[in-house]
Write a protein that binds this ligand. Structure first.
Ligand code: SAM
Length: 251
């Protein structure tokens, strides 16, 4: 299987293939070519812009690709195949949104990122991979949540490594439609963060529905997926102006 920079072998991508299998995901040749193109672009652009501290192929397969794919078991098949609208907030170099889009091409994906240069990378890599149905938003979550084009427009609002849950809830819940869901990828503090964010989540129209421990092939640390149902409209005053959710988290 040929990519712009060489051949993809099963041996090279064994971490990803095995790890995905453990998550119940079958990766075919087409997926592997796309992941390889993604890796090559990430490393190339990382020489000019600081996109990631992890650059070795095995590390990227585990800590970026697989960790992103670990959201998938929480997403129902009907949403994945039915073209659900999913927004990845503070996506950085595209995690978890792009790996999810690679394996679920029917998703309608929005990548929201405050930093312009990262949007430049995302446009480049999505274009190179030929992925369709991806929208780029170079705004802060607090602004997009108050914009009619973004507010309560998404079936799923997801994020990884952006903020602690009381702050993150104020970024994500205004973007999810009533009846939609929020998904936050969390580390070992997941249960404590959920506890600390309960009041904020309620105030913003959410209700915690699941806290799922996740095991990732090759990763010793504990990981959690937090799923929150959007059960009521978010009051108009949220999200507050940029910076406020982080400066004074709802509590
Ligand atoms: N989600 C990616 C990942 O897991 O690799 C990136 C994580 S990085 C630590 C956090 C990213 O969120 C940065 O790219 C930052 O610019 C972006 N970010 C932080 N706060 C944001 C906000 N309020 N609105 C939009 N983007 C934000």
């Amino acid at each position: 299987m040929r990519t712009p920079s060489g051949y993809v072998s099963d041996t090279e991508m064994v971490r990803l293939i095995r790890g995905a299998q453990e998550l119940g995901i079958h990766l075919d040749d087409k997926h592997m070519v796309l992941f390889r193109i993604y890796y090559d672009a990430l490393v190339e652009w990382n020489e000019r812009f600081n996109l990631t501290a992890i650059t070795d192929f095995e590390g990227v397969q585990i800590r970026h690709f697989l960790d992103s794919l670990s959201c998938l078991p929480a997403l129902p098949h009907r949403d994945i195949q039915g073209g659900a609208r999913l927004i990845d907030v503070g996506t950085g170099a595209g995690f978890p949104g792009i790996p999810l889009k690679i394996v679920c091409p029917d998703l309608s994906l929005t990548l929201l990122e405050a930093t312009q240069k990262k949007i430049g990378f995302l446009e480049h890599v999505v274009g190179t991979m030929g992925l369709r149905g991806v929208t780029f938003v170079n705004r802060r979550a607090e602004e997009w949540g108050q914009d009619a084009e973004g507010r309560e427009r998404y079936d799923w609002a997801v994020a990884r490594a952006v903020a602690e849950l009381p702050t993150l809830a104020e970024y994500l819940l205004p973007l999810a439609r009533v009846g939609g869901k929020v998904l936050a990828q969390k580390g070992e503090n997941g249960p404590a963060e959920v506890h600390a964010a309960e009041r904020a989540i309620h105030l913003l129209g959410g209700r915690v529905s699941r806290l799922v421990p996740v095991t990732i092939h090759g990763l010793a640390e504990s990981r959690y997926i937090v799923v929150i149902d959007k059960v009521a409209a978010t009051p108009e005053k949220y999200p507050r102006r940029p910076g406020m959710p982080a400066k004074r988290p709802l509590g």
